[in-house]
Write a protein that binds this ligand. Structure first.
Ligand SMILES: [Fe+2]
Length: 247
């Protein structure tokens, strides 16, 4: 009962305030007496995170770590420099990453934001992107009530017009962690990349905040059947070590 009360409070603006407080804490210089990983507005890749992955030799997928274990992603069409963002819940760090990769956020706006679910550490800065890029398309799950979403997408819907080069992005509705969480399966040529948000992690799955084990079992069965085993998975958090320790 107490847990659900805390969770309900987290979903309000109190949770958004806490998200911003956490970003400030993680970025504060001298945290734990060590060098900070992500100092104010300055993007630095960590040793454990590859700089980017290639998809169909046309696109780069760039992980952007923030907070203690979150990942946002930038998907770039290399030739045109068009890009979309996935779960960019730390505006300053993502902007710094865009500058680092010479994507010039001041003159080259994101084509869209893909939001896997409403939790603040995934959607909490959508409003800042709207303020910076008026009219930006923000895509989220149906009925998820994601902050600033402009286009709700349905299960199996395929989005094709976001980037040049023929990439398509299929929506996979995965209710369990939240009521209308979605994953995004990107296909370009022979390559498939899937952005799993907080549904699937390395060696584990997301907490069942608004769903059941039966729903998660159905999701895993569907993914096993529908998604190629060669698909690269991009998680919303780096929980691999914790999950393996727990197992
Ligand atoms: Fe979440």
């Amino acid at each position: 009962m107490f847990f659900w009360l805390i969770y309900r409070i987290y979903l309000t603006k109190v949770g958004k305030w806490r998200h911003d407080s956490e970003l400030g804490r993680v970025k504060a210089p001298g945290r734990d007496g060590k060098e900070t990983i992500h100092p104010h507005c300055k993007y630095e890749k960590t040793d454990s995170v590859p700089e980017y992955f290639f998809m169909d030799n046309k696109y780069q997928v760039i992980p952007v770590p923030f907070l203690d274990d979150n990942f946002a992603y930038i998907v770039v069409h290399v030739e045109s420099k068009q890009y979309v963002l996935v779960d960019p819940a730390d505006f300053d760090t993502v902007q710094a990453a865009l500058e680092h990769y010479e994507l010039s956020p001041a003159t080259n706006a994101p084509r869209a934001i893909l939001t896997t679910h409403k939790h603040w550490d995934h959607a909490g800065h959508n409003d800042r992107f709207v303020a910076a890029y008026p009219g930006i398309k923000i895509i989220g799950g149906p009925g998820e009530n994601t902050l600033a979403v402009t286009k709700e997408v349905q299960d199996n819907e395929v989005v094709t017009e976001l980037l040049d080069g023929g990439i398509s992005i299929k929506v996979i509705h995965t209710p369990c962690h939240t009521g209308h969480h979605v994953m995004f399966l990107a296909t370009a040529g022979e390559d498939q990349f899937m952005f799993t948000g907080d549904c699937i992690f390395q060696s584990g799955v997301g907490m069942f905040f608004e769903g059941t084990a039966t729903q998660m079992h159905a999701i895993l069965k569907r993914v096993t059947n529908e998604v190629s085993h060669s698909t690269s998975l991009f998680f919303g958090h780096d929980y691999g070590f914790k999950n393996i320790c727990w197992a």
